[in-house]
Structures are given as C-alpha cells and as structure tokens.
Design a binder for this molecule. Sequence first.
Ligand code: GDP
Ligand code: MN
Length: 379
Amino acid sequence: MNLHEYQARALLQAAGIPVPDGDVAATPAEAEAIAKRFGGGVVVKAQVHAGGRGKAGGVKLAKDAAEARAHAEKILGMTIKGLTVEKVLVVPTADIASESYVGVILDRASQRPVLMVSPAGGIDIEEVAATTPGKIMKLGVDPRFGLLPHQAMQLGFFLYDELPQVRAAAAIMRQLYDAFVRAGGSLAEINPLITTPDGAVLALDAKIVVDDNELDRRPGIAALRDTASENPAEVKAREAGLTFIKLDGSVGCCVNGAGLAMATMDLVKYYGGEPANFLDIGGSSNPEKVVVALEIITADPRVKAILFNIFGGITRCDDVANGIVTATGRTKLAVPIVIRLTGTNEELAVKILERAGFSALTDMDEAVKRAVELAGRAA
Ligand code: GDP
Ligand code: MN
C-alpha cells in the first residue's frame, strides 16, 4: 500500500524527523488560505501515488497566496502516470543549499532492511544507480539491533563534511529506520533530504510503501488507505478477495492458485504471447468471485483473449463454470475465451459450460497456445 506524501511526512514527524510545516488542500481556495496563513512563498505539491511529480509539473513554487491558488487550479485534477490529483500539499518554501537521498528498502536478496544514501539527491535514485553507482552507499541492517549509531554516522559522513550535519543526518536515518519498522514498510525514503544555507538538515519529500501483509496488525496505518487514488481494478479485486496485478499484455488470465498463475504466465510467454494480468481467484472460489474476475479482465481494453486455467482441488470446477456462465449472461463477451478445467467436478463443469455454448479443454498447453493465437489474431 502506498501512502501519500502528506501521510508519510506525518509519520516521519512523529518519529522526530524535522519536516517543514504544511497542510493539505482539496480546492484552490483552500490552497490559497493555507498559503496566506504561512505568509511568503509556498510550494504546491500534487498528492498522488507516483514518483517524479516534479518532472510532470506536479510540484510548483509560488511567491504568494494568489499564485498558490493559480498553481492549485492547474495541479488539482491533472493526471500523473494515469492517476488523478485530488489533493495538494502546501508547504512554505525552503531555501536549498544541497539535496541528498536517504532511503530504507526491504532487500529480498540479503533478507534484511538496507539503508541507501546518496549525496546526489533530488533526482531519481534509479538514475543515479544507473549512471553514477559510486555515489550511492548501501548498508544492511541487522533487524535484531536496528540501525546502530556508528553505522548511521558512517552513512552521514558519506553525505556531508560538516560534523553538525553528519550528526543531524545520522539522527534522521535512525528515526527513518524506526518509522519504516513501525509502519511495516517495504520502503521509506526522503528525497530530497536538504541542507539549508544556515546549515539545518530537513526532509523535504517523503515516501513510504507499506507491506500489505503488515496491515492487519496496524489498523492505524491501514486506515490511511486512499482507495480513490488507487487503480480501480486493483481496488475491486482486493475487495473481492482476489489477488490481481495489472500487466501490459493482451492475454487476460484467470487462474486458481498463485503457483499455477505464475506457470500460466510463463507458458503464455513461452508460446509468444504477453499476459495482461496476474489473477489468482484463490482456493475456495465461489461463482461470485469468478464474476468479479471476469468483469475486471474484460474492463481492460488491451485484453484480446481470455484464458481460464483451473486446476480443481478445493476449488470446484462447477463453481468456476457457473461463474463464467453468470458473468457472460450479464454482459456479452467482446473477446474470445479459452477455458481449461481439470480436477474436482470437472465433468459437471463441462456440462454447465456446454449447455451455455462454451467448450472446455483439459490440456494446459493446448489452452494456452490457443489463447495466445486468438489474442495475436485480434492484434
Ligand atoms: P518529486 O518530484 O515527486 O520527488 O517531488 P519533490 O517533493 O521531491 O520535489 C521535487 C524537487 O522540487 C525537489 O528536488 C526540489 O528541487 C524542488 N523543491 C521542492 N520543494 C522545494 C522548496 O521548498 N524549495 C525549493 N527551492 N525547491 C523545492
Ligand atoms: Mn522527491
């Protein structure tokens, strides 16, 4: 789950990190009022779950409240990476002497949180990693002890020469690590961490991504979810208990079980196709889940063929068949569908499908090949 910048900065602030004042507005008038309250120049910042807002025109400096209102008028309602901006954060402008990057990520390879810092901040850290990897320092943290003071100092010296700034940055990194752990994060970053001309060190931007598996035991964090600014298909899938990840291909996949879903996507690629999504309808699929799954898949205009791949165990093939018949009875399919079912109640499922005018296959290779071919023919 992604947090908005204004939510992430509140968590950083709660951990003791110096963050400039700021407030959120949903209308240009609110943005103007906030700017007036702060007096002087402000920055108006789009609140969307996307990086690179600055480059996309979603971060604008205003010299006064009237200009803040004008910027808010432009930024509110704009789309950045397919997401509509519903809110802006208004913060007093900071004077920047230097911009660095500080982040914590959960690193699967080393199986621990890794602190990543760079004196080349403000820009995409991926770009720094690709062009000047020497400007990034990484340090694995033992989760039993957390980020130790001497480790934080070592990272601080990679960013700054002045001891007071090294100390300030070290304190911020330890607080950032704590905020990351407390939020159940998979990522927490400050980009840029700035120094001001008078030597203060401040967090000017904040990003936290929370591991969904941590939400059940963190109701306070879970309450921060803003479904209005998430991908509608992913929201719908989550609410129906489906595991869905949107991809860019043309073969819409509906599968039971994560392992089989992965194998299906592999096979789609093996036969020259591209999956449009990962979708696991789960173990005990009732027909209603299948209906929602089909609605999600067919709402994607890129989908040129639909592939059902069901291995009936706990999942009953007849439940899936009933779901397909119900869904296609409500709205007629505009693209061809290939159904492969095998296992529990397979014979019954085939009867249900045939009565509704569908045919079903039992061989996975054959089904995948056919779906790829149909999708290719439509393209
Ligand atoms: P991002 O593009 O989504 O990462 O948004 P940021 O909040 O990081 O802002 C992008 C860039 O805008 C920063 O790296 C700064 O260079 C600039 N910026 C943001 N806030 C301020 C500010 O208060 N003062 C100044 N001078 N520049 C700012
Ligand atoms: Mn940033």
